[in-house]
Write a protein that binds this ligand. Structure first.
Ligand code: C2E
Ligand code: CA
Ligand code: CA
Length: 619
């Protein structure tokens, strides 16, 4: 490291004029000068206080040749380091010869790009124009004609270059740089025109929304260059299958869209969709490696009698979603049913907002049983929506929509607010509920007020478990989440990793979060009674948890056989319909009174050969 005091002297001592400017990441333009040294002021005449905050244009004097100016723009746009000699003006207009050099710098932390501009004054050249003037008097007519001719020629060339540049700038604004198709901006402008024409001239058209099914996989396995090549080949294919009157655009990532005028029948549309899907079935090969990357297509038709043509792209998107959910590699038309679904989702969204306002969410509880004692060890709080007309709704009916709307955090807040009251009532009635587990969404975990809410809730942190979904770690292991997890630990809150095994980086997630409790997803547990081959997997998950010093919960325990098998494999806690479905606070209290807290008596498993074979040994 160079000491700052040495570094600072560059400002005073360097004889070269230096300036640092923040660049636009999009096109390399010099957005804002942020610093310059003293020599910069001496050469250009701009004080630091005048230069800082200005755009790069203050470095372009009125006498700078247009050709040089264009050259500079071109180089900046292409992120090329360069150096050029030119006649330029100081702030006061005085002309001087300079060598101006530009080098780009990048900040890996912020991703910001910068330009370093250095300017030297070329003393020797200063006299040159004068020398030329002296010579000029003596030159012949022939020579002066040649000079004029050359000058005109150069101006013409510059002019052509300017035109080219202007054209490429205009094209860039409308074109997707990678594929040469229309970009999103151009598509949106065009779409407006198509919709206006539909209203005015009844020109109906189709929207085909195309999405590659496994693009991320191609990118991850074959690399980004291969990903780019795939996108280019898809673009070429779409160009080949469409005609001049169609509009083909890449909206970004692996999403493409086609606008196509409707011919007499919709047949040309369906055969186009068909053809796209078919062609994409062929494997994609890159540098000898080949992979499959199918595409799904959603189609919607903009008709004259349509209520809301502006909705047309959303309709095609809904059809695409449908095609994907039907197994990908296929296409589907937007239907009345999808229309009804879209309306229902909208209605659900507005109802949910109201539900938040009216705090219509109530906690339900499901017991977790200690596998050794058979007694209740904990109750998991699960949200229910006490809907004013539909009754009690399970999370499947609304949680996804709430998450998409970004209000899941709010739901978690509301439900958590009610927890202390519920615990107070249960304690008052004399039942023994040792602890309670709450589910938190990624957004809630990334919310710094979460810790504050726990502290001010009045709930003993030692009595609280927070269940984190594995995907949360994958999505948002940002600083706040890390901090929240550390704070929870500090407070004495137990951390459980929920639905273990359903995410993509299971073991990495475990090592990163280091929960005290691991919950094995019910999809692993459910088949183990009927299918011995499903047991070793559970046994090995238990083994992983134990080797990291964690306690393990088996979810989805639906029968006595389940309970016995997973206890034998080493699971510490059991949760599932066999001991109780999620129930209201009152029902939980009644169950606890009725059972005295004991839900199960563990009996040794009489292993038949079949059971033994699949069990494996945990630990
Ligand atoms: P989860 O955290 O894995 O919760 C367990 C889910 O499995 C519950 O569904 C429960 O009813 C169900 N279940 C329990 N035992 C059995 C069984 O033996 N067999 C079967 N088939 N299912 C069983 P529920 O209550 O519908 O909750 C679904 C999911 O919604 C939860 O899965 C959790 O991810 C989420 N969720 C629930 N409440 C909240 C909440 O307050 N906040 C957040 N962010 N998410 C919540
Ligand atoms: Ca859970
Ligand atoms: Ca779970």
């Amino acid at each position: 490291m160079i000491p700052a005091q040495i570094f600072n002297q560059i400002n005073d001592k360097c004889t070269e004029g230096l300036a640092l400017a923040l660049a636009s990441n999009d096109d390399g333009a010099v957005m804002e000068l942020q610093w310059c040294n003293k020599a910069f002021t001496k050469i250009t005449g701009y004080e630091a206080s005048e230069a800082v905050g200005q755009r790069g244009t203050i470095l372009i004097g009125q006498d700078l040749e247009q050709g040089v100016h264009l050259y500079i723009i071109e180089k900046l746009m292409n992120w090329e380091n360069f150096s050029t000699k030119a006649l330029n003006n100081r702030k006061n207009g005085e002309v001087y010869w300079q060598r101006m050099s530009w080098a780009h710098l990048s900040d890996p932390e912020t991703g910001n790009r910068w330009w370093l501009c250095s300017i030297i004054e070329l003393e020797d050249e200063r006299a040159e124009p004068a020398k030329d003037a002296m010579k000029e008097a003596a030159i012949s007519d022939q020579e002066s004609f040649e000079r004029v001719f050359k000058k005109v020629h150069r101006l013409e060339k510059e002019n052509a270059r300017l035109h080219k540049l202007a054209k490429s700038v205009a094209k860039d604004a409308n074109e997707d740089a990678l594929t040469g198709l229309s970009n999103r901006r151009h598509f949106e402008v065009e779409l407006k025109t198509w919709i206006e024409n539909l209203k005015k001239h009844q020109t109906e058209f189709a929207v085909l929304y195309i999405d590659l099914d496994r693009f991320k996989f191609v990118n991850d396995t074959l690399g980004h260059d291969a990903g780019d090549r795939l996108l280019v080949s898809v673009a070429d294919m779409l160009r080949e299958l469409t005609s001049k009157s169609d509009l083909v655009a890449r909206l970004g990532g692996d999403e493409f869209v086609i606008l196509k005028p409707l011919a007499k029948s919709a047949l040309n549309i369906s055969s186009l969709a068909d053809e796209i899907v078919q062609r994409m079935q062929a494997p994609f090969t890159c540098e000898g490696k080949s992979t499959a990357c199918s595409a799904s297509v959603g189609v919607a038709i903009a008709k004259t009698n349509m209520e809301d043509p502006d909705q047309i792209v959303a309709d095609a998107d809904a059809a695409l979603y449908h095609a994907k959910s039907q197994g990908k590699g296929r296409w589907s038309f937007f239907t009345e049913e999808m229309h009804a679904n879209a309306i229902a989702t909208k209605k659900l969204a507005s109802d949910l907002l109201l539900a938040c306002e009216r705090r219509e969410f109530v906690p339900y509880f499901q017991p977790l049983i200690d596998a050794q004692t058979g007694r209740i060890a904990c109750a998991e709080m699960l949200v229910r929506w006490a809907h004013p007309t539909k009754g009690i709704l399970a999370p499947a009916a609304f949680l996804d929509t709430a998450a998409n709307m970004g209000i899941l955090k709010r739901v978690d807040e509301i439900i958590f607010d009610s927890l202390n009251g519920a615990l107070f009532h249960l304690d008052e009635s004399g039942v023994d509920l040792p602890r309670v587990a709450v589910n938190v969404s990624a957004a809630r975990l990334a919310d710094p007020t979460f810790i504050h809410d726990i502290k001010s809730s009045g709930i003993d942190p030692q009595r609280l478990t927070v269940e984190i979904l594995e995907s949360v770690y994958l999505d948002r292991m940002g600083d706040v989440v890390r901090w929240t997890i550390d704070e929870l630990d500090e407070l004495g809150v137990t951390i459980a990793l929920d639905d273990f095994g359903t995410g993509h980086a299971s073991v990495r997630g475990l090592l990163e979060i280091r929960p005290s409790i691991l919950k094995i997803d019910r999809h692993f547990i459910q088949p183990i009674v009927a299918d011995a081959a499903a047991r070793p997997l559970v046994a090995s998950i238990v083994g992983i948890g134990k080797s990291l010093g964690m306690r393990v919960v088996a979810e989805g325990v639906e029968s006595e056989e389940h309970a016995r098998l997973v206890s034998e494999m080493g699971c510490d806690y059991l949760q599932g319909f066999y001991f109780g479905k999620p129930m209201s606070e009152d029902d939980l209290r009644d169950r606890l009174i009725e059972t005295g807290g004991k839900f199960w008596t563990r009996r040794p498993l009489e292993l038949d050969d079949d059971l033994k074979r699949g069990m494996g040994r945990a630990v």
